[in-house]
Ligand binder design. Structure first.
Ligand code: IMP
Length: 193
């Protein structure tokens, strides 16, 4: 029997931590920032998801000396030249209000026929001081208005390719199998196995 591997996920979001624990399985003991007593908000000041994920992982590695990973996600809408992108969380302002973010995006898309969009997650992993990057993407389209209450963020307006309902309507189990975050975490898990 091999010992479980300990990893820190550089996030305060317990929902995400649970989602990732389920993907990584019992070979890993995953602590997040709440578990290790880190209550600071780690800055994400960069224009690239890679740079923000690396900054968060380096912060934890340098301060706590633990193997760790961090993620950063953006929604890129083709007709908006890739916006909101790295600004996804704060698109409508610093309050990180999902309803306001969706309203702004839908407003900007009014009258546009191209509604193609993609979520992209980047994960930065630091193991024994070595840095690794993993990416996960899901393509889809933006609905005309919000549907459903599942998930978070832009889920009520994102229709993943191959489906005709938004992530807000689709079962969480379906989302967790096909999402950008799942794809990136799966690559991380395969790498660590
Ligand atoms: P984060 O890097 O995971 O915090 O994601 C940044 C922002 O992108 C979030 O605040 C959400 O607005 C949006 N986002 C990230 N992942 C998802 C998702 O799975 N569904 C809907 N919105 C998401």
């Amino acid at each position: 029997m091999t010992a479980s591997r300990h990893l820190v996920f550089a996030s305060h979001n317990s929902n995400k931590t649970e989602e990732i624990r389920a993907i990584l399985g019992s070979d890993f003991v995953l602590d997040d920032l709440n578990d290790i007593g880190c209550h600071e908000e780690i800055p994400e000041p960069y224009e690239a998801l890679e740079d923000n994920a690396l900054a968060k992982a380096r912060f934890v590695y340098n301060k706590y000396g633990k193997d760790c990973f961090a993620d950063d996600t953006g929604l890129k809408v083709e007709a908006l030249n890739g916006r909101p992108g790295v600004q996804s969380a704060r698109y409508a302002g610093p309050a990180k209000d999902s309803d306001a973010n969706m309203a702004k995006l839908l407003d900007e898309l009014q009258g546009k026929t191209n509604r193609k969009a993609r979520f992209r997650t980047v994960i930065a992993l630091i193991v024994e001081g070595k840095e690794h990057l993993f990416e996960g993407i899901i393509n889809g389209t933006i609905a005309e208005k919000p549907f459903g209450k599942e998930g978070f963020g832009y889920d009520p307006i994102f229709i993943p390719e191959g489906y005709n309902q938004t992530f807000g309507v689709l079962d969480a189990a379906i989302k967790n199998r096909i999402s950008h975050r799942f794809a990136a975490i799966k690559k991380l898990a395969d790498f660590l196995q």
